[in-house]
Design a protein around this ligand. Sequence first.
Ligand code: C2E
Ligand code: CA
Ligand code: CA
Ligand code: CA
Length: 274
Amino acid sequence: AKERGKNNYQFYDAQLMGVSTRKMQLEHAMRRAMQQEQFTLQYQPQVELGKGELVGIEALLRWHHPELGYISPMEFIPLAEETGLIVPLGRWVLEQACRQNKAWQDAGYRAVPIAVNVSVRQMKEEDFVAMVQEVLQQTGLEACYLELEITESIMQKKERSAGILNQLRKAGIRLSIDDFGTGYSSLSILKYLPVDTIKIDKSFIDDIADPGDQGVMVKTMIDMGMNLKFRVIAEGIELQGQADFLLRHGCRIGQGYLYSRPLTARELELYMQK
Ligand code: C2E
Ligand code: CA
Ligand code: CA
Ligand code: CA
């Protein structure tokens, strides 16, 4: 028994090593990636579910490393948050997204807001609001064409967060709660958060497609959102049946592979032309 215990321990240890080596490797690589311009943005259309008309764009970060290949944001964003690298990286994303949206407007494409994901870690920075305003000024994008997507976890510090969100909103920036329904305080949170929009998380949209699932959660979130006068967006729509269900229950805006995958800037231009 003692023997086996020891082996297990070694096995566990080796696994841990594997994980932490990968982490260290990525952490190191991420620091260089910014200078070497390995990060790019992709853009996913947000559409009016009935007509398919473009009403917004979500900017999504992409990292392609020359040796390690494509690395998912699901893997590197948490690491960037842990190390604090998300602060400069997040600023880069914001600049890039605002500059691109302004360029599209100047080129004559229809003006729509660009949604940028923001980590709680970024908002903890003293100068977050000033930073955002500086980026708007530098890029020349009007505040109403920027939307910040934040998660419910922001409410861990209720007073300070509400203060920051109020400042952003006063500046004319739009705010949405991302991954809505996956946090711990979903219902009561809406009373405190000065936001315009809630984004129903993909996991709930997936449920609609399950046979036997009545989409109760989604219906409840749409109802509640509408009663509280929020814009309600659904994310991760892959099937026409999901879009039909959402429309039937009053959700009119969404994004997902059914309409378009995230696109490069050039691809989105082609998408906007059609
Ligand atoms: P999210 O904000 O919930 O973004 C939606 C994710 O779902 C994106 O994954 C998008 O590509 C994917 N998606 C959209 N429609 C569909 C669909 O119909 N089917 C499926 N299967 N997937 C769909 P992505 O780009 O891999 O991003 C993952 C997460 O990484 C994001 O989830 C967001 O939390 C985070 N992230 C991405 N870019 C940034 C960023 O610039 N800053 C921060 N802080 N987080 C980011
Ligand atoms: Ca998002
Ligand atoms: Ca999500
Ligand atoms: Ca998210």
